[in-house]
Design a protein around this ligand. Structure first.
Ligand code: TRP
Length: 455
């Protein structure tokens, strides 16, 4: 965002090139959600069937809601609360806006803990403290040894510190440059590790686990999980993409950017699955390990690569940076709100968010240490934040957004901002409108009812 343009909301930054707009949007979408969260959710929910449901949700709900957010962002050039209020969405809009602001801080809290693990792992790989031999005496306990205690809390806070330092600097030039380079490199590295997976003895089982669906595994909690994952991975439901679209220049094509983002984002998730599951089966680990899965499995993956330590260091540093390009978009939701609606200076808004997220992150980090026994509804603070934000707030925010754009603003709004010109793009805009009006609300509603046991 190097240029400034005057707009109804004053001087707002604009991404400098079309490529930068796409790279930054993909940078927001691709992060721990793909590489850490997708494999563990897929592992818990049975693999192939989860993948199919997740991809279906990306197409039927993800892309339409992404376009709805993009259009609202372009139309209003404003933060989420401001966007709903300018479009006269009334109380539901205010609710969706505030839900977005609060939930983005919740997500930031637990996300930073995982990002903190990437710091620990980068350092441990670099110094050799992380032993990659399969016969490592730390064995399955590597994760606990590395992340237990106060050190990982420190890394969590350090990560948040980096994040808010970038935000204080006005973001965006740095993020834009970082995304331009980082996303392609990360992609190449993942492809390399993926090829390596096929040399492992358990590759058949791993690939079968993630690609051959067992539909007896489809149940309400799996559907809710797959839907939550689709929202989480595409940074949807809380106005993150809305806020980013408010920084797009007029030449950025919204409908196309939405598809590019969804395709690349899903590709990264699938690559992560192909990297993780063959190793899980080769080394007799459990696919159902939950949030720690990827961090337990990856050292085994690197143990099979020549110069594993170097690859590991590179990978964890990249993952750290990919997390930053995502948390920046999360933080921007709340910071844009505080600075534009509450009239705080950008600096004060940033510090306020840093304090709130810092407190939340402490709670989440301690879930893996001294506060592991403190549970609400059977979940540690870390799991609770993740569950509530990903499976409830995001779909609820997406529901309100798609109903509002689909039913209140309707086709003229979509046509104006998606600008269909050919018969094909007109059909595509029609498909998006149909999904916003019918498919998204119905699917989200049914899955909610289903998962609280009413249906
Ligand atoms: N999509 C990111 C990931 O997969 C996470 C993320 C960034 C996000 N911004 C968001 C999730 C806004 C929800 C809302 O890692």
């Amino acid at each position: 965002m190097t240029k400034h343009s005057s707009s109804p909301s004053g001087n707002r930054a604009v991404f400098s090139t079309r490529f930068a707009a796409v790279a930054t949007t993909v940078g927001s979408a691709v992060g721990l959600g793909n590489i850490w969260r997708f494999p563990y959710e897929a592992g818990v929910h049975g693999g192939g069937a989860f993948l199919i449901c997740y991809l279906a949700f990306v197409m039927l709900i993800g892309v339409p809601v992404l376009c709805a957010e993009f259009c609202m962002g372009r139309a209003t050039r404003s933060n989420i609360v401001g966007a709903y209020s300018r479009l006269k969405a009334g109380k539901p809009g205010l609710f969706a806006g505030l839900l977005g602001v609060v939930s983005s801080l919740l997500i930031l809290s637990f996300y930073s803990v995982v990002a903190g693990w990437t710091v620990e792992y980068s350092l441990a790989s670099l110094t050799g403290a992380l032993d990659f031999s399969a016969a490592d005496p730390m064995g399955h306990d590597r994760f606990a040894v590395l992340t237990g205690g106060w050190r990982s809390t420190l890394w969590t806070l350090l990560f948040l510190g980096c994040n808010f330092a970038i935000m204080l600097g006005g973001v965006t030039k740095g993020i834009e440059r970082m995304s331009n380079v980082l996303m392609p490199v990360l992609f190449l590295l993942l492809i390399l590790f993926c090829v390596n997976s096929f040399t492992l003895s358990g590759w058949r089982q791993g690939v079968a686990f993630i690609f051959s669906p067992d539909f007896s595994k489809v149940n309400p909690s799996m559907l809710l999980g797959a839907m939550g994952q689709a929202f989480f991975s595409l940074s949807l439901g809380l106005g993150g993409m809305m806020t980013y679209a408010s920084y797009f220049s007029k030449t950025t094509r919204l409908a196309r950017t939405a598809v590019t983002t969804a395709v690349l984002d899903s590709a990264v998730a699938i690559l992560a699955g192909v990297i993780i599951f063959p190793a899980v089966f080769t080394f007799n680990l459990s696919p159902e390990a939950g949030p720690t899965l990827v961090f337990e499995v990856l050292p085994y993956v690197f143990s099979q690569l020549p110069a594993g330590r170097m690859w590991a260091t590179l990978f964890f540093i990249l993952l750290f940076l990919a997390s930053l390009t995502s948390t920046v978009s999360m933080s921007e939701i709340a910071i844009a709100y505080f600075s534009e609606e509450r009239r705080m200076s950008r600096r004060k808004a940033t510090l306020t968010c840093a304090l709130i997220a810092g407190a939340g992150a402490l709670l989440c980090a301690l879930s893996f240490g001294p506060a592991a026994g403190f549970k609400v509804c059977g979940m540690t603070m870390f799991n609770l934040f993740d569950y509530v934000a990903s499976n409830i707030s995001l779909p609820l925010g997406g529901f309100i957004c798609s109903v509002f754009v689909g039913w209140k603003l309707r086709s003229p709004f979509l046509n104006r901002y998606l600008q269909p010109v050919t018969p094909l793009t007109r059909a595509y805009t029609g498909y998006l409108g149909f999904c916003m009006r019918w498919v998204c609300p119905t699917a989200i509603f049914l899955i909610f009812l289903n998962s609280i046991g009413i249906l």
